[in-house]
Design a protein around this ligand. Structure first.
Ligand code: SF4
Ligand code: SF4
Length: 441
């Protein structure tokens, strides 16, 4: 018999508003858009099937400990392609996150690991910096090249050696450069914006953050980089660690409020989607609910923001054939698809070639390529087939996770192709026009 216990302030059965589940009318329109359904062909691995299982849980016909239920919920990418496809407006992302919040850790090891990674490392900029220094030292000192050439990685337990292959080329030196707290606009300031530098983004893509600040400044923005900002909580929210995510959200809201900025800018799609949903995360919180709502109104993805202002059009020519990968949390989470394409078309010399299924998940999906490695690699395989068919020599995306994943696909296939963040490409073009170095980093 099912035992009802409390977790995340909800009972394991009444974990979400019933109306959110009832919104699904079982029409099946979402099925052919769902990557896991396309791969596995099983109703239980489709949005409709997963919502049906959530309903079963609410009706106490299954329990959160049911291994089959856990399997199908674990396999979901939280890509939200089903939300875009759904004519009934089902808020699948909210349903999934509420469901994951009531699934307990499967073992003591998982509990300890989750606590260590989510509550300690991702909640502490000191620990994140230390981890970043270690990873960059490993890569830049030659240790990584030695480990790969010597075959040492093949002897690591589980699939740690294979996972090491996913480690992207980290930008910057061993000690990462820190952006100043205030970057003045070039010319007259038209906007004051605050830049969210991200946690993983700051460790892996610090130069992309610097490029973002330059592109904003050259477009008339005074850029504030709030000290004390922390991880947005995306990994926590997606993994069901909602209380930890709420603590991070409160800290970020307080830090960004102080900046007096008109807009809060983010260049990582997954984080942007989470920041825009802080009001859901803090719903019912008397002290923070309204502040969260006001915060979310100011959040803009970088391409969304640039697409909404009058731009500096003094851009240098870059003659490349480019294909664009829609990050799930940009296309489906934030419904931003036109602006990045418009920005690409604005750069002289860029030829934009659309790939098939550009808005289907590449298999990165947060830590999906770690937790569901085989499925993730099958999705990457499918993605790379579409990329290759375009004959592009550059893949552009607006999310670090996608860039890491497709760069792995490029490396695996030995392709001569760059995986580049859209803001890096724009920055390169601006710098060509101003005669500054536009070296590829
Ligand atoms: S989630 Fe939407 S599209 Fe999918 S079955 Fe339910 S109502 Fe239909
Ligand atoms: S979030 Fe993505 S993987 Fe999950 S059910 Fe929806 S479409 Fe399928």
């Amino acid at each position: 018999m099912a035992v009802e216990t409390e977790r995340d302030g909800h009972s394991r059965f009444n974990f979400v508003d019933r109306n959110l589940i009832r919104a699904c009318v079982h029409c099946g329109m979402c099925l052919s858009y769902c990557p896991t359904y396309k791969l596995l062909g099983s109703e239980l691995d489709s949005p409709r099937g997963r919502i049906y299982q959530m309903r079963e849980l609410q009706d106490r016909k299954i329990t959160v400990d049911d291994p089959n239920f856990q399997l199908h919920i674990d396999r979901c990418l939280n890509c939200r392609a089903c939300e875009t496809a759904c004519p009934s407006g089902v808020q699948y992302g909210r349903l999934l996150e509420a469901t994951r919040a009531v699934i307990p850790p499967r073992s003591e090891t998982e509990r300890v690991l989750k606590d260590l990674v989510m509550n300690r490392v991702f909640s502490s900029s000191v620990l994140l910096d230390a981890m970043g220094v270690g990873a960059r030292f490993y890569q830049k000192s030659g240790l990584q090249a030695f480990a790969r050439a010597s075959g040492l990685l093949r002897r690591l337990p589980a699939n740690l050696g294979t996972l090491e292959g996913l480690l992207p080329r980290m930008q910057g030196g061993v000690v990462k450069a820190r952006l100043p707290e205030l970057i003045p606009a070039r010319g007259a300031a038209r906007y004051r914006v605050a830049l969210m530098t991200g946690c993983v983004q700051e460790q892996f893509f610090s130069l992309t953050n610097a490029a973002t600040a330059r592109v904003l400044a050259i477009n008339g923005c005074e850029v504030v980089v709030p000290r004390g900002q922390v991880c947005c909580g995306a990994l926590h929210t997606h993994g069901g660690q909602r209380e930890a995510a709420r603590a991070l959200a409160r800290r970020n809201i307080a830090m960004f409020e102080r900046t007096g900025a008109d807009y809060y800018i983010i260049n990582a799609a997954g984080c942007g989607s989470t920041l825009k949903e802080y009001h859901h995360l803090l719903e019912g919180d008397r002290r923070w609910g309204e502040r969260a709502r006001q915060f979310t109104e100011r959040v803009r993805d970088i391409s969304e923001f640039l697409g909404s202002i009058e731009l500096n059009r003094d851009l240098g020519e870059i003659r490349r054939r480019v294909t664009y990968q829609d990050a799930c949390h940009l296309a489906h989470g934030q419904k931003i698809t036109a602006q990045p394409r418009d920005l690409l078309r604005m750069i002289p010399g860029i030829e934009l070639v659309e790939m098939n299924e550009s808005d289907t998940c590449c298999g990165s999906a947060g830590i999906y390529n770690v937790t569901q490695f085989d499925l993730s690699m099958r999705l990457l395989e499918r993605k790379m087939n579409h990329v290759v068919a375009t004959k592009a020599d550059m893949i552009v995306a607006g999310n670090p996770g996608c860039l890491i994943q497709v760069a792995h696909g490029v490396q695996q296939r030995g392709l001569r192709m760059e995986a580049v963040h859209i803001v890096d490409l724009l920055d390169r073009s601006y710098r060509l026009a101003t005669g500054e170095s536009s070296e590829v980093r």
